[in-house]
Design a protein around this ligand. Sequence first.
Ligand code: NAD
Length: 269
Amino acid sequence: MDMKPRTLFNVEGLTAVVTGGATGIGFAYAEAMADNGAHVTLLDVDADALDRAVAALAARGATARAVVVDVTDSPALESAIAGTAAESGRLDVVFANAGITAGPGFLNVDGERDPAGAIENVPAELWDRVVATNLTSVFATIRSSVPHMKARRCGRIIVTTSIAGLRPSAVVGIPYMIAKAAASHLVRQAALELAAFGVCVNAIAPGPFLTRITTPGLRAIWEKALPVRRVATTDELQGLALFLASPASAYVTGALFVIDGGSMLGRAD
Ligand code: NAD
């Protein structure tokens, strides 16, 4: 293969879907795909943010489709993905990215016990909503994408998990921790099954990135404790997203890429 970057990282003409693509990390993935010539469909529950995202991509010279869909509505999600595949005649890259936070952890940002985050006080409704959004929707996204990818014996599925799924944390709500851990294992299990069909499934596990889910309190903790002493901006995920969507990663499947400014190494304060 030609080892020039334009060949290794070529996503031109591919059809890419991004769930939770209207803002934050999902929008950064969409930019990385669109700027490199992929046709992007953004799926998101936030109609206004979707309008802004499509306009922003158009201003960069890209064309993008948007579908308002709640990823916890599996039939609606399936139909949005099938609609994209039908319109394009292909489905190459899917980012299962939509996610929400899950309330407080058992310690607050000052290191004191927070009764609202204590395991016995976590509302069942919160657990159900977070698992539905951060885990079940990932399964539904993969399930809905696979038939279109198997048919052409190629495809890339990239799941946004989190370092929260890799080790416990005192300051993050327990439903989020567990949903992200399960999503990480879902990536490995799906990768094992789908490898024979040319479909690669990988995870991006971000540490702290500045998006609308980043609370000021968490930001302060992170900036103090992180080895790199700063929270990342979402453009810093774009190179990895492009790698995982492109020919450069053809032999990579079932892998989880931590991108966290050294956070998993331990505190450095
Ligand atoms: P964000 O809130 O900016 O983006 C999330 C997007 O998902 C939003 O556009 C939102 O409207 C959409 N969304 C939420 N629920 C939805 C639903 N039910 N159906 C459809 N769309 C829905 O937050 P973000 O930080 O960009 O989060 C993206 C992913 O990255 C999430 O899975 C999150 O858990 C993960 N993550 C973020 C960080 C971080 O530091 N920001 C760290 C690790 C993992």
